[in-house]
Write a protein that binds this ligand. Sequence first.
Ligand code: ZN
Length: 320
Amino acid sequence: MTHTPNGIHHVTAIAGSTQKNLEFYTGLLVLRLVKRTVNVDDPGTYHLYYGDEAGHPGTIMTFFPWSGAPRGSLGAGQTGATAFSVPQGSLGFWHERLRAAGVPVEDPKARFDDEILAFADPDGLRLELVAHDGAADLEPWQDGPIPSQNAIRAFHGVTLIERSLEGTADLLTRRMGFDEIGSEGARHRFQASNGGPASRVDVLVMPNEGFGQVAVGSVHHVAFRIADDEQQNRWRDEALADGLQVTGVRDRNYFRSIYFREPGGVLFEIATDPPGFTTDESVSDLGSSLKLPGWLEPKRQELERTLPPLTLPVGEPVTS
Ligand code: ZN
């Protein structure tokens, strides 16, 4: 089948303070703010996108800031951790950098053939840096503010917490182009057929775990890549015929999306690669101004008045 998804497109999570979120992901982790727009389902709030220099699928971490909302709780049916790829030999740099910033960070540990560093963002969202063979070959942000040999390259993958393996494993392998490539204790690793960055989904099987509550500090959904609209439609038709409850296609300006819950309860999305984040700004201008879908342009002045001002950590204000 050619019309299968191919690895992770983006991961969307819920933040508390917009400014703290911006400072953590751009200032400390040195991802680039590649898009500043609003949550189209709640236009009075931001939707921030972080990624690599050009905003490639497979590097995009996005946040809905829900100021004042309660924190979620981690449990079954949720994404337990989001992992980024870094080059081998860089974890010492990251351990020191995170500790110096007051981020509680565990000592590096081994998982499969890799070394990982686990920590959490200011809202308690669980993150990992995975140092692995091949990460150094991925293009870093050349002009970023840290030595490029240490820079985050892309997603490595996500860990899903599930009460059982079978339903999720069946979906991943039969519908979504993944192969099961190994297991370590309760952790089962699946890899997308591209085998490159953002290609791994780990299912951590915890049969007695209670279900979590998605709120601040939780992943809202994991999106997987698909090449274009036609392949997305074909995939959707087949999934519907197979009994999966898939939504209609929604236009998200930078990609088109369909959503469904995988059998363990995690919200999945299939997102098209086109048109991408350079559809309304050049690579050099990514993230520099508030972008709105056409139907919200008449409300721009009102939105710019009510959305909280944001300041990039280097002291450079984000202009509107
Ligand atoms: Zn999404």
